[in-house]
Design a protein around this ligand. Structure first.
Ligand code: G3H
Ligand code: 13P
Ligand code: ZN
Length: 310
């Protein structure tokens, strides 16, 4: 069933686990994610970026997700990822999403509050939950590119004011994760600032925290991509051990996109290299969809801990 994140996060907080938020762009991705979640009886968040809407079109994505809701009996939240302004949030709220993110992290503190509050007022009147963001992650997305120098950790002393003045339902924070497959420089030791997370949690007891940029860039995907003609030297993600620790804390939502991209690309590269005469897209999209399903199942079981929580 299609749900907001409200109840999901309450249960995740109290149960010391996190819900996976996976980015969707096409049918195979929606199927891979929801088949894994269904088999493991896990709640799941399907999130759609502005880039996904540009690529696949809002209506196609809505219909794919409606199909997943019909085919499963787990709680599914449909969430806008990185809404940049009021208009895109409004369009998704009016268009059937149950949750939106307003990403005002590129604005000043006061402008972020003003923008987020406006989205919250509109969303809550329609029963939709809202995620805000404080602090800035490094990394590259379709519509945003933040260099490591412009990235900054969330300031714990700002979180109470932000949450109370905006009325957001969850807060994305920056503690060292980043978007994309190149999260740390070669030779740099992956590190997350759990001390900052702790200081934020002390100030916001019981409040759901969100981690973006949480792909772990599995070695097997990387090896296959590089083995079959790809070239991703130096790709490095967040160690799963750190994500496991985060999932047991106030972090209730963990965002994963790059691992889906890499899993699909690895499977397709391998298939086409081994079957150079095949040209039916169903032949190479089948292992790609399976790679998404296996990866999501692995995260649910071994990282998020949300198996059996549906
Ligand atoms: O955090 C961003 C997501 O990975 C979405 O990326 O903007 O390329 O669709 P995108
Ligand atoms: P990754 O690039 O680490 O998968 O992060 C995805 C994300 O944060 C989507 O909002
Ligand atoms: Zn993100």
């Amino acid at each position: 069933m299609l749900v907001t994140t409200k109840e999901m996060f309450k249960k995740a907080y109290e149960g010391n686990y996190a819900v996976g938020a996976f980015n969707v762009n096409n049918m195979e991705i929606v199927q891979g994610i929801t088949e894994a979640a269904q088999e493991l009886k896990a709640p799941v968040i399907l999130q759609v970026s502005a880039g996904a809407r540009k690529y696949a079109n809002h209506t196609y994505l809505m219909k794919l997700i409606e199909a997943a809701v019909v085919e499963t009996d787990i709680p599914i939240a449909l969430h806008l990822d990185h809404g940049a302004d009021f208009d895109i949030c409004k369009s998704c709220i009016d268009g059937g999403f149950t949750s939106v993110m307003i990403d005002g992290s590129h604005h000043s503190f006061n402008d972020n509050i003003e923008l987020t509050k406006k989205v919250v007022e509109y969303a809550h009147a329609k029963g939709v939950t809202v995620e805000g963001e404080l602090g800035r992650l490094a990394g590259v997305e379709d519509d945003v590119n933040v260099s490591a120098e412009d990235a900054s950790y969330t300031r714990p002393e700002e979180v109470e004011e932000f949450v109370s003045k905006t009325g957001v339902d969850s807060l994305a924070i920056a503690i060292g994760t980043s978007h994309g497959a190149f999260k740390f420089k070669p030779g740099q030791k992956p590190q997350l600032r759990f001390d900052i997370l702790e200081r934020i949690t002390e100030r916001l007891p019981g409040f759901p925290i969100v981690l973006h940029g949480a792909s772990s860039v599995p070695q097997n995907f990387l090896e296959e991509i590089n083995k079959y003609g790809g070239d991703m030297p130096g790709a490095i993600g967040i160690p799963e051990e750190m994500l496991r620790t985060a999932a047991k804390s106030a972090v209730c939502k963990i965002n994963i996109d790059s691992d889906i991209r890499m899993g699909m690309t690895a499977a397709i590269r391998k298939y086409l290299a081994q079957n150079p005469s095949h040209f039916d897209p169903r032949q190479y999209l089948l292992p790609a969809r399976q790679a998404v399903k296996d990866m999501v199942a692995h995260k649910i079981n071994n990282v998020l801990g949300c198996n059996g929580k549906a």
